[in-house]
Ligand binder design. Structure first.
Ligand SMILES: [Zn+2]
Length: 415
């Protein structure tokens, strides 16, 4: 069984290292964007280029020439561009709305050729040679870094360097894979119980957990509207001064929105830790626009940031983050002995099962279903794994005042 772990560590960077990393990221983004440009076609998806090797053959020499990036980083940036175009093509084939991918976030993929790990520091290739920032590790031991990145049972796969503009920090997401050996069945094959916290994201409430905690986001909506109004006023004036003020407002608004989502992300991770949850489960956000037609762009933005922030904050607390298929989580009855799914079950914020009569807040019902879906998915994965000893890992869903065991979860047709 393929067990992968991601440890997230903050880097202590000097001013010089910071500059070198930013300059590297800038060139990396340039390569990724050039690649997307080369691969993309507005005419049809059949004309988009999605073969990584062919694209690399076409662009590599040129991009090496134009940048100071180390070979592996150029290759990784090309791959990033191709992967993004490939994902768009998949969605395009399904008739979904797509546009050419662009890259703006400072994230770079490193592998063993461009990054070397030591106990307390990492050596990273940059456009100004190697830099060696040290890790900022939490006091409690063992840290996820020690447990997985330094463990002999895990091999280093790759890592992603992310710059977080809100906190002005660099984080390294280190991905490792367990080295399997026949005479050793690891604790990860299902002997340990897990508890999952399900999260529902939506327009009525920004986030709701299966433990029944709500983040309404009313003030978020309010301030997004206020910013919108002020932007409109400035645009009408049309002067250079108004234009400059508009740019400043845009920056302030983005900083404010990020801070807002960071706060919720922290509170959600705390919710998971306080309820002894090992996993936070979200719905897959890929088609969120199609699924929530009433969501405004700032909602969709908030959902994606929330997922992104939690996926690097939670592992620092030993909590992993998983995504589940979103099918019908809002229309399905979350009572484990029922599971009846019908669109008439849900009316706005109210959920009432047409079969068993269960009445509950609709978003809370959704959050429980997300948790239950993860529980079922994990059991299925364990059952289908030949190395799994007991096969059946009970996964409990944490709910208000207790847990739900997904064991009696009824599958439905077409699910
Ligand atoms: Zn029911």
């Amino acid at each position: 069984m393929d067990v992968r772990r991601t440890a997230v560590v903050k880097l202590a960077v000097s001013d010089e290292q910071r500059d070198a990393l930013h300059r590297t990221a800038e060139q990396y983004l340039y390569c990724a964007n050039r690649t997307a440009d080369y691969c993309w076609s507005d005419t049809s998806y059949a004309e988009c280029k999605t073969n990584n090797r062919e694209v690399r053959d076409a662009l590599y020499a040129e991009l090496r020439e134009e940048t100071n990036l180390q070979a592996q980083l150029v290759q990784a940036a090309i791959k990033r561009g191709v992967e993004a175009v490939k994902a768009c093509v998949e969605r395009w084939k399904k008739g979904q709305r797509v546009s050419q991918p662009t890259f703006t976030a400072e994230t770079m993929d490193y592998d063993t050729r461009s990054a070397t790990f030591y106990r307390n520091k990492v050596s990273l290739a940059t456009v100004e040679g190697r830099v060696e920032p040290s890790f900022v590790l939490p006091a409690d031991s063992p840290t996820p870094y020690e447990r997985y990145a330094l463990s002999e049972d895990y091999e280093f796969r790759e890592s992603t360097l992310r710059y977080d503009a809100t906190t002005d920090e660099f984080y390294l997401h280190i991905s490792t894979r367990r080295i399997d050996s026949d005479d050793e069945v690891s604790e990860d094959t299902g002997h340990s119980d897990q508890t999952v916290l399900g999260i529902d994201l939506g327009v009525n409430s920004l986030a709701v957990t299966s433990t029944g905690t709500f983040w309404q986001g009313d003030d978020y909506d309010h301030w997004c509207r206020e910013f919108e109004k002020r932007r409109g006023e400035m645009q009408q004036r049309g002067t250079q001064a108004a234009h400059n003020a508009l740019l400043r407002l845009g920056k302030r608004e983005e900083a404010w929105r990020k801070q807002y989502i960071h706060t919720i992300a922290n509170e959600l991770v705390t919710e998971a830790v306080e309820h002894d949850c090992d996993v936070i489960a979200f719905e897959d956000l890929t088609d969120i626009r199609e699924r929530l037609p009433h969501a405004k762009w700032h909602h969709v933005w908030a959902f994606r940031r929330l997922y992104e922030y939690i996926s690097y904050k939670a592992p620092e607390q030993g909590v992993s983050v998983e995504q589940v298929e979103p099918n019908h989580t809002s229309q399905r009855c979350s009572r484990t002995d029922c599971g009846f799914t019908h669109e008439n079950n849900r009316h706005g914020e109210h959920f009432e099962c047409q079969k068993c009569g269960y009445e509950v807040n609709a978003d809370y019902n959704g959050a429980k279903n997300v948790g239950l879906r993860y529980a079922r998915k994990r059991r299925h994965r364990l059952r289908s794994s030949p190395t799994s000893g007991s096969g059946d890992a009970p996964v409990d869903v944490r709910i208000t005042g207790g847990t739900l065991n997904g064991e009696s979860y009824q599958p439905i047709a077409g699910d």
